[in-house]
Design a protein around this ligand. Sequence first.
Ligand SMILES: [Zn+2]
Length: 218
Amino acid sequence: MALVIDPEADMLGVVDVQPCFMPGGALPVADGDAVVPAVNRLLAGPFAHAFATQDWHPPGHASFASAHPGRQPFESIPFPYGPQTLWPDHAIQGSAEAALHPGLDQSRIELVVRKGFRAAIDSYSAFFENDRATATGLEAWLRARGVRRLFLCGLATDYCVAFSAEDAARLGFAVVVVEDACRGIGLPLPTGGDTIAAARARLAAAGVRFCRSGDLAG
Ligand SMILES: [Zn+2]
């Protein structure tokens, strides 16, 4: 399946390529650092334009297990906007591990969307925070730029990439996930399977397509 990139209507979205989500970081995704060279190849190749997202939490953020006495990371608890998974403290604003990875080629990254900075709301998607109502502003920027199709890559497949892809599809963008430039967390689900398989099924049902870097041509 060759996909020809239109430099004006297509844009690459680089999700949360931050050291905190890589081996040695606070919330490591297995093999997460493998996305850096894969994303750099996309940025050097078919895509003329890109944006990036950056998880960006104040200390004591409500998504941190440490903010809820007696709770452990990866437990889910009810929040005013629905169930919320609790995480280890991560992506503290201004910290080195919250920076975009120093190996990431930022030359074609034209916008950085920071998310998760409201103390009481987590934010997985590049478009809306987890209350599903608070917009980041990305949609308006993409529309002003004339973008019609988004290619998404980065971390983690089953959380911030998946939520971004789902929102983008719902907003009417064509969406393609570049699978070899993503890595996932893969929490086990009580119903069997894990969050990566569940996200893939949910995205496919929403009309999101999947490709590999080798499928893309400029
Ligand atoms: Zn976070």
